[in-house]
Design a protein around this ligand. Structure first.
Ligand code: SF4
Length: 265
């Protein structure tokens, strides 16, 4: 399918699974509030014995902590479902990544929801945030960041040094992705790990990143490059993890069309 045939709905594909992690984060937040309130109630007589001020301060700190998390959670819902760009939405995402997501993973494991499903859902939440910003970026300030496992294992060309060394044989998706990047004058690079990915980001200083990776690397990458906005595209693994992975290249081209202010050539 050609990118010209895509609609906004196609771009929305990666935001549709956001409900799972949001619901689990909300439930986790409520459970945390109940547990810590019970704990405080249990130890409060002892705290009062030590110092009334200590007891009051600890209760106030607990209330402020949960007030901030609840407000952040509300902002996440409003941003994801109403598509409104709130000024402090970035803060909400940050608190979500650092506090609520790890707790959601913990509670998810208890009820049998895999970390991979939650990470997938989290990528969709992230993409919903990106859409809510409703911003376009100069194409040459957009970086397409790819994992090394997209390169076919039989290929001996060292495309990590320069992805344009790709001979465009078509055995893997690198060929098509380089063509797409060149068409829109976007930057494109391949990273063998988190350290190299960070170095690439420092080198190109992009205003926005289109990142292809597995669930784990994408969520870690989102955390690493914050506050640079990232559109996350999960790769397909027909031969298992980390080997000859594939990606729907049409999604990358549609994202470039939807997010860049550069006219395609
Ligand atoms: S498309 Fe490029 S990277 Fe992929 S196998 Fe062919 S030459 Fe190697």
């Amino acid at each position: 399918m050609k990118a010209e045939n895509y609609s906004q709905t196609d771009f929305n594909i990666n935001t549709k699974g956001k409900g799972l992690v949001l619901v689990l984060a909300t439930v986790s937040l409520i459970i945390m509030m109940v547990l810590t309130t019970l704990l405080w109630w249990f130890i409060s007589p002892r705290l009062h014995e030590i110092s009334d001020v200590l007891a009051t301060l600890s209760l106030t700190a607990l209330r402020i902590f949960y007030l901030v998390l609840t407000m952040g959670m509300l902002l996440v819902y409003l941003t994801c479902y109403l598509g409104r760009n709130f000024l402090i939405a970035h803060f909400a995402v940050r608190s979500f990544i650092t506090v609520l997501f790890p707790i959601s993973v913990f509670f998810g494991k208890i009820v049998g929801i895999s970390e991979e499903r939650l990470r997938t859902s989290f990528v969709h939440v992230n993409n919903a945030f990106l859409q809510s910003i409703r911003k376009r970026y100069p194409a040459d300030r957009i970086l397409i960041l790819l994992p090394h496992c997209l390169q076919h294992t039989s290929c001996k060309i060292r495309i990590t040094i320069d992805i344009h060394l790709c001979a465009r044989c078509g055995r893997c998706d690198i060929s098509r992705l380089v063509d797409i990047a060149d068409k829109y004058h976007a930057k494109i690079a391949i990273a063998t790990g988190g350290t190299l990915a960070r170095r690439i980001v420092l080198k190109y200083r992009p205003k926005m990143i289109i990142a292809v990776a597995c669930q784990r690397d994408l969520v870690d990458g989102l955390r690493d490059v914050f506050p640079i906005p990232v559109y996350g595209v999960l790769n397909d693994r027909p031969e298992g993890p980390c080997i000859n992975t594939r990606v729907a290249t049409e999604k990358i081209e549609y994202a470039l069309q939807a997010l860049s202010i550069h006219e395609s050539t």
